[in-house]
Design a protein around this ligand. Structure first.
Ligand code: ADP
Length: 604
């Protein structure tokens, strides 16, 4: 959409314009006017006028090679170029022409006056103009200084290439929810007739990059109304009261343009719970108060709909989420398999892709990716194609770009020693073999031991066959076993262990902990929550809510659980030691093997 920003000019700008006007006037206009008031004649005319006694005074300006003279009766000023003329003085004396005392300026008193008055008039006019502007600003918000307190909301006016719902793939539930708003903006009377009022505020919640901003724009695009967008952090200024005045200004603008959409991104920047602690953030609280007041202030049916996005809904002030304010919450979750495929297709339209590309397969591989990451994967594939000198992106470009987005670029100059390479190969096959041997685990898609810029020396890409919404206890245990499979392989084969398992250890521990403290999957604690998730959409940090004794016991249980799965993994590998060696050798030689190649060797 076209983005139009309200122009803002600093005070200095007006001063400069005034100065420039005065300088230009004196430099160009004045000489021009003076020029116009002096008549130029040729020397012959001058001589004949003198001879006819028509000249009263004359001034000879030798440096300028000029004679300026005044006519006897009309006081008109003339000038003429000087011509070598020995009789000139005599001629003037004969006719009693006064030869001193003329100055051009004197002859044009009006011009001189103008030279003084014009700048004054310009200054006064600009002064008036500016004070009127200032008054306007003071009215709009009680700002103390010029540009402060004015909202700098970006306004997207309707345009042909506006974002539509069709540009936002997946997210069907969210779109369905928002369709009602579009319908309302199209025809409010239908709703007003029955007395229904639209929610004033709608909160879009979900992890970063899932298309919240896009959805808000799409609502405006579908309804064909102006779209004001501002980020929560833009309200927060250094001075207390500025943010509040920006909120006032934003709503004033919005009401003028109603019906319209106001979008506040990252609303948690201003909408955080007020904790009432001394020395709290006064500015933020004032801004929030102002927002609450504004939302109460306009009637349900005036056509301004506020959409706000956040990925920390739990941190919002309850006053903000109560009915009558942001009373509707639209979850914008990470896309599922079908959603991922659709998002890939939407973005693939922007690049040239080979017909053989299998987006479903790519979507399967990119499990857990957000819309923004998928957009990035498609773009990365196009870049890859250019790098390889191709005219379009292929399936392998798409697959490689998933790895780039997940694990970083291939490290070209990382040189592993032979021993390290063997260790990595066994480690990765360890994961894959344990995963494959446990029937419930997802099949392996690809195993590689090419180091990546993220620091990973190799990895096993697993693929979810279907959408998974629930995980059973056994599946979780199997997953832990798979995580420990890498280390188990190292132990069995080399009899020693390396640092390569740090990430596996972290993930296995996290999973085991969640099983015990949150999912009630331990016998001793049963269905008691020992941990609460504080940051659902941003990494899922947790905070413990149990006594120190219980904490100790939880730790012991976590250790026990992980150890049990580790032993299980080790047993699986010992039982298939031959396959482990064969597969590892194959991987060592080829560096990257596909899931099919792996399964073929395994089932031989
Ligand atoms: P958020 O506001 O949730 O952080 P954005 O709306 O800014 O995310 O999305 C960032 C980018 O990701 C978009 O510009 C778009 O290219 C891509 N994207 C995210 N979700 C989708 C989707 N559902 N369909 C198409 N593209 C998407």
């Amino acid at each position: 959409m076209n983005e139009v920003k309200t122009p803002k000019k600093p005070l200095l700008y007006y001063y400069c314009v005034a100065m420039l006007a005065v300088v230009l006037f004196n430099l160009l206009a004045m000489p021009w006017l003076m020029e116009r008031s002096i008549h130029q004649v040729d020397y012959n005319t001058f001589v004949s006028m003198v001879d006819a006694g028509q000249v009263r005074e004359a001034s000879i300006q030798e440096q300028d090679n000029l004679i300026v003279f005044i006519e006897q009766n009309s006081n008109t000023v003339y000038k003429t170029a000087m011509v070598p003329d020995e009789k000139l003085i005599q001629r003037l004396l004969d006719k009693n022409v006064s030869t001193s005392g003329i100055e051009i300026e004197e002859s044009s008193f009006f011009m001189q006056l103008l030279g003084w008055i014009a700048p004054l008039v310009i200054f006064i006019a600009i002064g008036q103009f500016m004070s009127r502007k200032m008054m306007e600003k003071m009215g709009g918000g009680n700002s103390m200084m010029f540009n402060m307190g004015k909202s700098n909301a970006k306004v997207y006016v309707k345009s042909a290439e506006g974002i539509k719902f069709s540009d936002v793939a997946g997210e069907d539930e969210a779109k369905e929810n928002l369709t009602e708003i579009v319908d309302y903006l199209h025809d409010p009377s239908k709703y007003q007739e029955i007395g229904a009022s639209m929610p004033k505020g709608i909160l879009l919640v979900g992890p970063p990059g899932t298309g919240k901003t896009m959805l808000a724009k799409a609502v405006a695009g579908e309804a064909n109304v102006p779209f004001f967008s501002m980020s929560g952090s833009e309200f927060v200024e250094m001075f207390v009261g500025m943010g509040a005045s920006k909120v006032r200004d934003l709503f004033k603008q919005a009401k003028e343009k109603s019906p319209c959409i106001v979008f506040i991104d990252e609303i948690d920047a201003i909408g955080k719970k007020r904790d009432g602690r001394l020395g709290g953030n006064d500015e933020r609280e004032q801004t929030l108060n102002q927002l609450l007041t504004e939302m109460d202030g306009f009637e349900g049916n005036n056509g301004v709909i506020i959409l706000a996005a956040t990925n920390r809904p739990e941190s919002l002030d309850p006053a903000l989420t109560r009915p009558g304010r942001f009373d509707r919450r639209v979850p914008v979750e990470l896309p599922d398999l079908k959603g991922r495929e659709e998002i890939l297709k939407v973005h693939a339209k922007k690049i040239k892709v080979s017909d053989e590309a299998d987006f479903q397969q790519v979507a399967r591989m990119a499990s857990g990716a957000s819309g923004a990451e998928l957009a990035n994967i498609v773009n990365e594939a196009a870049l890859q194609a250019v790098r390889k000198g191709r005219k379009y992106a292929t399936q392998s470009d798409l697959e490689e770009s998933i790895e780039v987005v997940i694990a970083g670029y291939q490290k070209k100059n990382a040189i592993l020693t032979d021993k390290e390479k063997w260790t990595v190969a066994y480690h990765e096959i360890g994961h894959a073999l344990v995963a494959a041997k446990q029937t419930n685990s997802a099949p392996v898609q690809k195993i590689t031991i090419i180091p990546r810029t993220s620091g990973a020396l190799g990895y096993t890409m697993q693929v979810e066959a279907d959408n998974h919404y629930l995980m059973t206890k056994e599946e979780m245990e199997n997953k832990i076993a798979t995580f420990t499979g890498g280390r188990a392989a190292e132990e069995i084969v080399f009899g020693t262990i390396s640092t390569g398992a740090a990430n596996d250890i972290e993930q296995a521990t996290k999973l085991a902990r969640a099983m015990i403290t949150r999912y009630g999957m331990s016998q001793d604690f049963g269905m008691v929550a020992m941990e609460t998730v504080t940051n659902q959409y941003l990494g899922g940090d947790t905070s413990l809510s149990c006594s120190p004794e219980t904490q100790t016991e939880i730790d012991q249980q976590v250790v026990k659980l992980v150890k049990k799965q580790h032993d299980k993994a080790a047993q699986i590998l010992k039982d298939s030691r031959e396959k482990l060696d064969e597969l590892s050798k194959f991987l060592y030689e080829k560096e990257t093997i596909t899931g099919d190649e792996f399964m073929k060797i395994l089932n031989k």
